[in-house]
Write a new protein. Structure first.
Length: 168
């Protein structure tokens, strides 16, 4: 029964992580546009903005965490494979699965412990203390969400590796 649901579960997770990676792309494009506007406003019109730098920082934080699960899924993350490249395929597969499970545990731990931090900031109304005074939880919420997605994707990739499937 679990094997029948595998392709659907992996497919839904893949579509979700891809959609979030596309959102991250839009955020990165927005950062470029905001900072370009800031440079033009500051240096050509001597009218710097209050919002461009801070929103760019917030968008960058979200872009990183929204795209991370997709990068893990597509093997675009940083990895060092010099030793494993010379190992037999079975050893490579086992090492990949163990590494992915390690990533899942660490990411789950960060997500679990990151949620209370964002929740507390929300409850007490903590803000950045900057010109825009943005609520702190806006940035902090990206950590548990992003790491939860990384944990789920790492489990899916590890299961796919163990089962010999490339669709994770």
């Amino acid at each position: 029964m679990a094997a029948k649901g595998w392709p659907r579960t992996v497919g839904v997770l893949g579509m979700m992580t891809r959609a979030l990676a596309l959102c991250a792309s839009v955020l990165l494009l927005s950062i470029g546009m905001m900072l370009t506007y800031e440079v033009v406003a500051r240096y050509f019109f001597n009218a710097p903005t209050v919002w461009a730098e801070e929103l760019s920082r917030l968008f960058l934080i979200w872009a990183v965490f929204l795209a991370s699960a997709w990068l893990l899924r597509t093997n675009e993350h940083i990895r060092v494979t010099i030793v494993l490249d010379h190992a037999p395929p079975a050893v490579q597969r086992m090492a990949k699965a163990v590494g992915l499970l390690f990533v899942a545990v660490i990411a789950g731990f960060v997500a679990w412990n990151g949620f209370p931090i964002a929740a507390q900031s929300f409850e007490v109304g903590r803000t950045t203390g900057s010109m825009l005074d943005i609520p702190s939880w806006w940035a902090q919420a990206s950590v548990p969400l992003g790491f939860a997605l990384i944990a789920l994707q790492a489990v899916a990739c590890a299961a796919g590796t163990i089962l010999g499937r490339d669709d994770s």
